[in-house]
Design a protein around this ligand. Structure first.
Ligand SMILES: C[S@@+](CC[C@H](N)C(=O)[O-])C[C@H]1O[C@@H](n2cnc3c(N)ncnc32)[C@H](O)[C@@H]1O
Length: 215
């Protein structure tokens, strides 16, 4: 397994994957299902030969990847136990599966060869957009696709939805919602072309926006 130590203490290193996944798939939260669906749509639209799931957690969405179309998968996360879970669950389905432990906010070379599509679902809430966009730029082939799913502000709901999984409350001080316009502006300044945006409303009313760019 490729290993790059995190540059700084990151709250995600203390999160239990079981609690995170149980929270994200609660019927009223529904974000695990929405993120997997969104990846599935992008795969059908772009038919990438290779994909990097950046901030992969336990590999949510990888069940949507058809190995006959996408033979190479990179599953990357800062938390080694998340990457190990993604590898255990999905590694054997693909001709090439690259589990990568890496902090995308740390400067340095991208530790895998370029891919055709990068998917970053709900990562911009925890990583500075500039850092993630630069990482994605280096991760993509020319003409490759970057899709970022971001959570939109909602006045009536807290940023981390309350749930029985109270261990996740430690995330609340670390989440920082980003303005989609600012992400598009920064991405375009780096040379990406913004090709589409798609809004998804969760069962509890939260809204997720998928921003799609071409390098
Ligand atoms: C909100 S979760 C989204 C997970 C996943 N996309 C999903 O479908 O559930 C954010 C993920 O990004 C990872 N992460 C947070 N900061 C990171 C960083 N700097 N570098 C790499 N991964 C990071 C976390 O460990 C976590 O798995």
């Amino acid at each position: 397994m490729e290993q790059k130590p995190p540059s700084a203490e990151n709250i995600w290193l203390s999160i239990s994957l079981a609690d995170y996944e149980a929270h994200m798939s609660l019927p009223e939260v529904g974000q695990a299902q929405a993120l997997a669906r969104e990846l599935g749509r992008l795969l059908l639209e772009f038919k990438p030969a290779s994909v990097a799931l950046v901030g992969c957690a336990g590999g949510n969405g990888l069940g949507e990847v058809d190995p006959a179309v996408t033979s190479r998968v990179v599953a990357l996360d800062i938390n080694p136990s998340f990457v190990a879970a993604a590898d255990k669950r999905h590694g054997r389905r693909f001709a090439t599966f690259e589990p990568v432990v890496c902090d995308v906010a740390s400067d340095g070379e991208v530790p895998f060869k370029p891919v055709s599509l990068v998917f970053a679902g709900l990562l911009l809430e925890y990583v500075q957009p500039e850092k993630l966009l630069r990482f994605a730029l280096e991760s993509l082939e020319r003409g490759g696709i970057l899709a970022c799913v971001v959570q939109l502000p909602c006045e009536s709901l807290p940023e981390v939805t309350p749930s029985p999984f109270s261990s996740l409350e430690v995330l609340a001080p670390h989440i920082s919602l980003v303005s989609p316009e600012a992400v598009v502006g920064r991405a375009e300044a780096l040379g990406f072309s913004h090709i589409s945006s798609r809004l998804n409303t969760m069962p509890n009313g939260k809204e997720l926006l998928t921003l799609v760019f071409r390098k």
